[in-house]
Design a protein around this ligand. Structure first.
Ligand code: SAH
Length: 292
């Protein structure tokens, strides 16, 4: 018997976005087909819409004259993106196979597949984009894990789960599209007491003062609203989420960006990330918190 009652192809949960802004974001992701995301996913079938962390394996990418270099760079960028998702999953702690995980803002579902492969449990994903949900469900079907991994079109500020039914939840680069108090109130509602919440996100650094021009450029590029580190911690504290780890991943993500900037897949936003990480105005952080 399937542990997910509804067929995995049943993707449409909400008839439309809750706000005009969410309509913009749904359109953005429905139209998104950047080669940097698709060609990296093609490497092993895990499709990510997030960035990478860890040291670049120089031996694996070869020298610039190598005719295969571009392909090797793509594989290496993809390896670093999967390493990022692994670090996020590490911070969920132990999840029993009969628990349910939640990926809020799940994209094409790469992290969900990895989570199921690691824990053997059911993983529910929410995205505003029907194209992404269909993509994720098709991919899960191809892998034969459609009974465990399901994406739905749904607003993560209004989740289709009963109170306290989720063992662990995360936002992987998806929290900059929503108000953090609304978001954490909803995670807190659906998480079981003692459950773990994890986010990996870019945030502006209060030590810098205000969002720098690079941060503003990133916001404009992705139609998002990057929050500060302070806002994350305040909104968690206000919503029964107690930080268990706050890790600055900025030094770990810079090599990824520097490698990406040399590839043919540049999107034009690389300079803003590299400059803001270097001038201290922007940070790449992981925050893991316990639902108390
Ligand atoms: N976490 C994924 C995708 C990140 S891209 C990954 O790591 O690959 C950002 C995602 O956030 C998109 O899938 C977008 O649809 C989703 N998103 C943004 N606002 C949302 C909302 N209010 N409800 C649900 N998903 C949302």
């Amino acid at each position: 018997m399937s542990i997910i009652d509804t067929p995995a192809t049943d993707t449409a949960v909400i008839p439309g976005p809750a706000t005009p802004y969410q309509g913009d974001i749904a359109r953005y992701w429905n139209n998104e087909a950047r080669p940097v995301n698709l060609r990296l996913g093609d490497v092993d079938g895990l499709y990510h819409h997030h960035y990478g962390i860890g040291a670049v394996d120089e031996a694996a990418i070869g020298d610039p004259a190598d005719s295969e270099r571009e392909k090797k760079v793509i594989s290496e960028l993809h390896r670093l993106e999967s390493a990022q998702a692994d670090v996020l999953l590490d911070h969920l702690g132990d999840i029993p196979a009969d628990g349910t995980l939640l990926d809020a803002g799940c994209g094409r579902g790469g992290s969900m597949v990895m989570a199921h492969q690691r824990f053997g449990c059911k993983v529910e994903g929410l995205t505003l984009s029907s194209k992404q949900a269909d993509f994720g469900n098709n991919r899960a079907g191809e892998l034969g894990i459609g009974d465990f991994v399901r994406s739905r079109v749904c607003n993560m500020l209004d989740m289709p789960f009963e109170n306290g039914t989720i063992a662990g939840s995360w936002n992987n680069e998806s929290s900059m599209y929503v108000d953090l108090h609304d978001l954490f109130a909803e995670h807190s509602r659906v998480l079981a007491v003692g459950g773990r919440y994890v986010t990996i996100t870019g945030c502006w650094n209060p030590k810098y003062g205000q969002p720098s021009k690079w941060v503003s450029q990133i916001n404009a590029h992705f139609e998002c609203n990057i929050h500060s580190r302070r806002e994350y911690l305040r909104a968690m504290a206000d919503n029964r989420l107690v930080p268990q780890a706050v890790i600055d991943l900025t030094p770990d993500t810079l090599p990824y960006w520097e490698l990406r900037a040399t590839s043919s897949l540049v999107t034009g936003i690389e300079e803003a990330f590299i400059n803001s990480y270097k001038d201290g105005s922007f940070q790449y952080v992981l925050i893991a918190a316990d639902r108390v």
